[in-house]
Ligand binder design. Structure first.
Ligand code: HEM
Length: 566
């Protein structure tokens, strides 16, 4: 078509628009919007139902035009019970609608999950989560994919080895003692919110003690620990210090939450990338601060290591994860293409904070709460802990059988990450060990999954699957580990899916276990715990990690605490 024909066509359209009355123009505009919305709906719902390769999978009808079946995300509810209801009704693998009606699959099938974890290149992280996390954390280990991920993981692995974690135990003991001191301080001077609970008559039964917000303290203790163990940085949140890095980090999380829906839209419709949302502005400002502080930390560490010589292993101030990474990255036997760039090294700082604090914090909160509500279990665990001296070796701590069983049971029942998302890089087949009945009535033992279809891997549901754990799968029972598990799970620790499996398993799992056990060891030997009467707990999700909250105004999870033996 020639330019002159186009120009005359456009001129005719403009003349036609100019000749319309205002009322007619509004009418056409309205019609345009209606047609646009209808077209979008047909594209997202009936059309995608016909063309999707996984259309025969059973699953719930869509509940909401925009949120699909993911209303629980907008309400930040725990996904496990919601998925469990679908598993019970439709089977362990099913189809549902994601944001904007996008086709999505869920699975709690161990073979399908193992297949996804073992084929990490074919099954990268879901795009929407990846985009959101990368904006906040940069290209660190948790967001990198493919060869970038393999390169980073190779250089980072030694920093998380059993030996490295063992060498970090003095840091965990140091932070655990700080929490213990904080308990003593708060018993002397309770916070205003805790004082409200003291006035309740019901607390009189717990003599010589008082309520402490252990939920908040566990969040703070794990942040302080990852600051020290991760990059030798003293957040001192336990002692109310403000930190520029942490403030920026928390603002970035807020920005990501604010733009969760926009991110989903941006991922699907490129035009939305031009939207200047307030969340994006806040995110950019926080990222700039995190980059500036991160650059300074990396520069200081690099100078210290260069001064000391990279062969020197773990001197004071260089036993942390970042120092170990910088040292490994400077190794002379590494080719340049195998090294992490400066930006990638720096991105690990926020990666460690994001992946390594709240996860362990929430597990510790559940541990203390479960012990407070089960006095005999608490006494049994304490009796075992006092058999060791004040400063045991981590191997001695790992050798305590009941502590190990209790830790596993917390991580099984109260998995801090309830689900992870993956999507195939190209159309592929997912094998199922537990076939499901398709919408056409026939059994399905393998699902074809289109490129980009997100699959939710239901960690929390697999961890409580009666087919694996027996009919009491939903009960808290550490002694279940005395008999071997009924079936095996593709997880890296304890037959659990909590730290997932395959090449993208949680690199910090050994560190998390050591920190978890040392904090419990230190607190339980010194303090007894009881429940604040009338406490109800609920879980919230923030960017895929569970947080535990109570019904007590201004308090995360309060417990009654008193020194042992008083
Ligand atoms: C109880 C505590 C923890 C739990 C339940 C947990 C769970 C997980 C899970 C489920 C993943 C996989 C996420 C995905 O691929 O979508 C993961 C990855 C990761 N975790 Fe943990 N984590 C914990 C503690 C830690 C700690 C203490 C660190 C220390 C820095 C850490 C660092 C990481 C990193 C860097 C990754 C990305 C690994 C990779 O992709 O290669 N985690 N974690």
């Amino acid at each position: 078509m020639s330019e002159s024909v186009l120009a005359s066509g456009a001129a005719r359209v403009f003349t036609a628009i100019a000749s319309l009355s205002a009322l007619q123009a509004v009418g056409y505009l309205f019609l345009g919007v209606v047609v646009g919305l209808l077209g979008t709906w047909i594209y997202l719902y009936p059309y995608s139902s016909i063309v999707s390769s996984s259309r025969n999978l059973p699953g719930p009808p869509s509940e909401h035009f925009i949120a699909g079946n993911l209303l629980y995300l907008t309400r930040r509810e725990h996904p496990r019970p919601i998925y469990q209801a679908w598993i019970d009704k439709y089977g362990p693998t099913g189809r549902l609608r994601g944001l904007m009606g996008v086709q999505r699959i869920y699975t709690a099938d161990p073979v399908a999950i193992s297949h996804i974890f073992q084929n990490a290149d074919q099954w990268p992280k879901s795009k929407s989560t990846g985009i959101m996390l990368r904006r906040m954390l940069g290209n660190g280990l948790i967001t990198a994919e493919g060869t970038d991920h393999r390169r980073q993981r190779r250089v980072l692995n030694p920093a998380f080895s059993p030996r490295a974690v063992k060498e970090m135990t003095p840091i965990f003991f140091d932070k655990a003692r700080s929490v213990r001191e904080k308990f003593a301080q708060l018993l002397e001077e309770p916070t205003n919110e805790a004082r409200v609970l003291v006035n309740m008559d019901t607390l009189e039964t717990h003599e010589n003690g008082g309520p402490i917000d252990v939920g908040l303290l566990m969040e703070q203790a794990t942040l302080d620990t990852i600051g020290a163990a991760g990059f030798d940085y003293d957040f001192a949140t336990l002692f109310s210090r403000r930190s520029e890095l942490l403030d920026a980090f928390h603002s970035a999380i807020k920005a990501m939450q604010a733009s969760a829906l926009v991110s989903a839209l941006q991922n699907r419709f490129v035009l939305f990338n031009a939207l200047p949302t307030p969340g994006q502005k806040l995110g950019k400002a926080s990222r700039a601060t995190m980059n500036r502080v991160g650059d300074r930390i990396v520069a200081q560490k690099t100078q210290a290591i260069t001064r000391m010589g990279i062969e020197k292993d773990t001197d004071i101030g260089t036993a942390d994860l970042l120092s170990r990474l910088i040292r490994a990255n400077m190794a002379t036997d590494l080719e340049d293409r195998e090294r992490l760039t400066h930006r990638e090294v720096q991105a690990q700082i926020c990666t460690f904070i994001f992946a390594g604090s709240e996860t362990t914090g929430v597990a510790l909160t559940w541990a203390l709460y479960r012990l407070a509500t089960n006095k005999s279990m608490q006494d049994r665990l304490r009796a075992e802990l006092v058999t060791l001296g004040e400063h045991p070796d981590i191997d001695e701590i790992h050798g305590l059988p009941f502590l190990e069983k209790f830790t596993r049971e917390i991580l099984r029942m109260d998995s801090p990450v309830p689900a992870v998302g993956r999507e195939p890089a190209s159309k592929t087949t997912l094998p199922l060990s537990r076939p499901v009945r398709g919408r056409d009535g026939k059994m399905i033992d393998a699902v074809t999954v289109d490129k980009g279809t997100e699959v939710a891997i239901l960690i929390g549901n697999v961890n409580r699957d009666p087919a694996i754990w027996g009919p009491d799968a939903h009960e808290f029972n550490p002694d279940r580990y005395d008999s071997p598990a009924l079936a095996s799970v593709p997880g890296v620790y304890g037959n659990l899916l909590t730290f997932i499996g395959g090449p993208r398993n949680c690199i910090g799992w050994r560190l998390a276990l050591a920190e978890f056990k040392i904090i419990l060891f230190t607190l339980l030997r010194a303090y007894e715990l009881a429940e604040v009467p009338g406490t109800e707990l609920r879980s919230e999700t923030t960017l895929g990690i569970m947080r535990t909250r109570s019904n007590h105004e201004g308090l995360v999870v309060p417990l009654l605490v008193r020194p042992v033996g008083e």
